[in-house]
Design a protein around this ligand. Structure first.
Ligand code: HEC
Ligand code: HEC
Ligand code: HEC
Length: 273
């Protein structure tokens, strides 16, 4: 289902790369084309951005070492990264730490979004500063692994990413796990029916959960845009940055599009579908 970007996102990401360009993700085959054509990449972009985009990165990490890889300019690595990728190595939240832009995972405390936010708060880390209200902001990228492992029903039941995203398929007599990794709703009769007998019930639950999250997100974005405008105006009128420090501090942008992975834990004995 295409993700509906709203005007609010342009304001919320103002001053950061995602304010210039953000697209819906596509299949793994497109990862190199997409990362090379996005307006977010420029001469200052570190090689670190290739970490999750190509099958050549493990070879280069071994040859160059992680620190040198991350410290090399994106454009210098381009000729060596040719093969597009073939779960939790890439579908996680991360940040670039220090001058060397070292790829670092933030969640030693736990994998809930609150744990990640607490980690950034403690480190005093931010990705950029909002030009409209001066707040130091951090953008969480794509914490699919974290949302999934933070107590979701499927994780607790021992279901893996591949069970849904790479279900078994047949070609004549051969049975193999599909490598056409996409949203499982495109193939729910295979992806969900391995375990669920009532596929229309479970897919309707996904739609309900997504609609609820979407409307909460819309309301939260509208409130943030209004708050950002009010803080900016009040700051300009006062001309005193320090006074507004507290109002600015708590804004952290999470990216809850993967709401489906947060289905709370259910009592297994109640599972009827
Ligand atoms: C080497 C890094 C890497 C690994 C490993 C990886 N992915 Fe991805 N994945 C990506 C990137 C990058 C994209 C976005 C591609 C684009 O839009 O250019 C993506 C996109 C996706 C999408 C969206 C596809 C679509 O058509 O909308 C799904 C679903 C997905 N990955 C699931 C998985 C699953 C499940 C696994 C493990 C079996 C996995 N990925 C392993 C990097 C990775
Ligand atoms: C119980 C089944 C299930 C499991 C297990 C599961 N997912 Fe998903 N995943 C889904 C569904 C359903 C969606 C929503 C698809 C949609 O909206 O069309 C989704 C969405 C996604 C997307 C966004 C795809 C897009 O097209 O926007 C990514 C990326 C992803 N999952 C990665 C993962 C990773 C990584 C794991 C393991 C840590 C995982 N998933 C485990 C069912 C599952
Ligand atoms: C490998 C087995 C497996 C697969 C594949 C699987 N599920 Fe599940 N699902 C479970 C189990 C087990 C539970 C119940 C967990 C519990 O009760 O502790 C569950 C629970 C659920 C629930 C919660 C039910 C409720 O009351 O709302 C939903 C929704 C759901 N699954 C949707 C899906 C969808 C959609 C897919 C396909 C994209 C899928 N599942 C694929 C095993 C699976």
């Amino acid at each position: 289902m295409p993700y509906r970007w709203r005007r609010t996102v342009v304001t919320l990401f103002a001053g950061y790369g995602f304010g210039k360009d953000h697209d819906e993700e596509r299949g793994h085959l497109n990862s190199l084309i997409d990362v090379r054509t996005t307006k977010r990449v420029n001469e200052a972009t570190p090689g670190t951005c290739y970490s999750c985009k190509g099958a050549d990165t493990p070879r280069l990490w071994a040859q160059m070492g992680m620190a040198e890889f991350d410290g090399t300019a994106f454009s210098q690595l381009t000729p060596q990264i040719q093969n597009p990728i073939g779960c939790a190595n890439c579908h996680v939240e991360y940040y670039f730490s220090g001058e060397g832009k070292l790829l670092t995972l933030p969640s030693p405390r736990g994998t809930r979004v609150e744990d990640i936010a607490a980690c950034y708060q403690e480190l005093g880390f931010s990705d950029w500063q909002s030009p409209s209200d001066g707040a130091a902001l951090a953008k969480m990228q794509h914490p699919e692994y974290e949302l999934y492992t933070a107590g979701s029903a499927h994780y607790t039941a021992g279901v893996s990413c591949a069970d849904c995203h790479m279900p078994y398929t047949r070609d004549g007599a051969a049975k193999f796990s599909t490598h056409n990794i996409a949203g499982p709703l495109l193939n729910a009769n295979v992806a969900c029916a391995t375990c669920h007998t009532n596929v229309s019930y479970v897919t309707a639950r996904v739609k309900d959960i997504q609609a609820q999250v979407r409307s909460t997100m819309d309301a939260a974005e509208d409130a943030l845009v209004a708050a950002s405008g009010a803080i900016g105006q009040a700051g300009a009128a006062q001309g005193a940055a320090g006074r507004w420090g507290t109002a600015r501090r708590p804004r952290r942008l999470a990216w809850p599009a993967r709401a489906f992975h947060r289905i709370p834990v259910f009592d297994r004995t109640r599972m009827k579908w």
